[in-house]
Design a binder for this molecule. Structure first.
Ligand code: GDP
Ligand code: IMO
Ligand code: MG
Length: 422
């Protein structure tokens, strides 16, 4: 069977830590979408590691890690990541596998991402500029190059053809940054990539499933950044929700069992786009400071706000979430009162649904107020030590979103997690 861990908000919910925590119970950890726009933080001992494309199970001996066909892969980032992971003694030749169907991010994809963002002016998405959008456009536009193409002698010709096509687009944008250095790095990195295990991902993973191995699919970004269901156009370019597991790995839907959704105890977002519960005040600043809310990939300050139960309920619905892991509960330790948005008021009407367009009319969040727990929660490991006010907070969320919070994460450390039975 296959279980899934994915983000329920706008990314950075703590998926890396949670996948690392659960990985010990699985044989295969597989990334199914996204690319180096992701930054998944975990701790190996007291050392912090940020993974971008390599699945977050990689530090567990006995797991194998698959980069699925749904990922857009940047060989340059991959090589750097591999060097970091290998410095911990992990043998990537043994435990990292890459689908030959994964599309490649080439240097001109990054240039196009930059040029497209610049051309949008004030309407820019706030992309991580890693080339994600252009690479997925080449996939759906049927122009892209795939990892498996690297092994064929026609690769250089295909690369030059695609690069020329991109150059014409870049000329249209008047983009004239020199990307020669990026290309040099790229060609070095693809030699490295060719030395890794390139496999037919769909046969690989289905064989594991038929052998009774346990598979954990790791999502990147978050449900509100899904290209279909997120806050379009301020989204990423892939299906970040549970349906993405099927086409990002080649797994049939009936194989999926648990859908574990990761949500912060509050909300953050990095980049542009609607964010109904955003706090542009001291409280927002406090959340940013206490939660160290700065992007793991770009270092940008994250926008912060109260828990949005309307968006969370929507995310639980479209993903079929069976359990929630609520992270960063400790960030709320010092707050006297906590607000949870339970409805949106739009043009004078209250709704508990996420609207099609979140920017057309201003959205006023309707809040319910709950009491904070006002204690240092970071050392709690057992449910019986969870203060009633914290229990009340999660029970309130359970009742609003229709899925149970089964774990509370109360610090970035590997062991800072509490299992909740009731
Ligand atoms: P991801 O992209 O979903 O994997 O999340 P990121 O790694 O981008 O951001 C999550 C940040 O929060 C990282 O710095 C984590 O180390 C940290 N983190 C994860 N869980 C917790 C938690 O429960 N409490 C606190 N204080 N930090 C956490
Ligand atoms: P993880 O996996 C948070 C955001 C960007 C931007 C939008 C589009 O670490 O949770 P893109 O680079 O995909 O063109 O950017 O999506 N974004 C993320 N925000 N966490 C991420 O990944 C993100 N990946 C992309 O900031 O608003
Ligand atoms: Mg992140």
């Amino acid at each position: 069977m296959v279980d899934v861990i994915l983000g329920l908000q706008w990314g950075d919910e703590g998926k890396g830590k949670i996948v690392d925590y659960f990985a010990k119970d699985y044989d295969v950890i597989a990334r199914f979408q996204g690319g180096p726009n992701a930054g998944h933080t975990l701790y190996v001992g007291d050392k912090k590691v940020v993974l971008h494309q390599i699945p977050s199970g990689v530090f567990h001996q006995g797991t194998v890690n698959l980069i699925g066909n749904g990922v857009v892969l940047d060989p340059v980032t991959l090589r750097k990541e591999c060097e970091v992971v290998a410095s911990f003694g992990v043998d990537l030749k043994k435990n990292l596998f890459i689908s030959e169907r994964a599309h490649l991010i080439i240097p001109t994809h990054r240039a196009l991402d930059k040029a497209a963002e610049l051309s949008k002016g004030n309407d820019k998405i706030g992309s991580t500029l890693k080339g994600i959008g252009p690479a997925y456009m080449d996939k759906t536009g049927r122009n892209g190059l795939r990892v498996g193409d690297l092994l064929h002698k026609s690769f250089t010709t295909s690369y030059i053809r695609l690069r020329l096509k991109h150059q014409r687009l870049l000329d249209n944008y008047n983009f004239n940054e020199d990307i020669a250095a990026w290309e040099e790095e790229f060609f070095d990195a693809i030699e490295f990539l060719k030395s890794l295990n390139i496999v037919n991902g769909e046969y690989f993973i289905n064989k594991k499933i038929s052998e009774g191995k346990r598979v954990l699919a790791e999502g990147a970004q978050g449900s509100m950044l899904d290209v279909d269901f997120g806050t379009f156009p301020f989204v990423t370019s892939s299906n970040t929700i549970s349906s993405g597991v099927c086409n990002g790995l080649g797994i049939a839907p009936q194989k999926i069992k648990e859908v574990i959704g990761v949500s912060k105890a509050y909300c953050t977002r990095v980049g542009g786009g609607p964010f109904p519960t955003e706090l542009n005040d001291e409280t927002g600043e406090e959340l940013r400071k206490l939660g160290s809310e700065f992007g793991a990939t770009t270092g940008r300050p994250r926008r912060c706000g109260w828990m949005d139960a309307v968006a969370l309920r929507y995310a639980c619905m479209i993903n079929g979430v069976t359990q929630i892991v609520m992270t960063k509960a400790d960030v709320l330790d010092s707050f006297e009162r906590l607000l949870v948005c339970t409805a949106y008021k739009i043009d004078g009407t209250e709704t508990t649904q996420v609207p099609f367009q979140m920017l057309r009319s201003p959205i006023a969040p309707c809040y319910q107020q709950l009491e904070g727990w006002k204690m240092d929660s970071t050392a709690i490991r057992n449910e019986e030590d969870v203060p009633p006010t914290m229990k009340n907070y999660i029970h309130f969320i359970n009742s609003k979103v229709g899925a149970p919070v089964r774990y509370i994460s109360n610090g970035p450390g590997r062991d800072q997690i509490i299992k909740i039975y009731s």
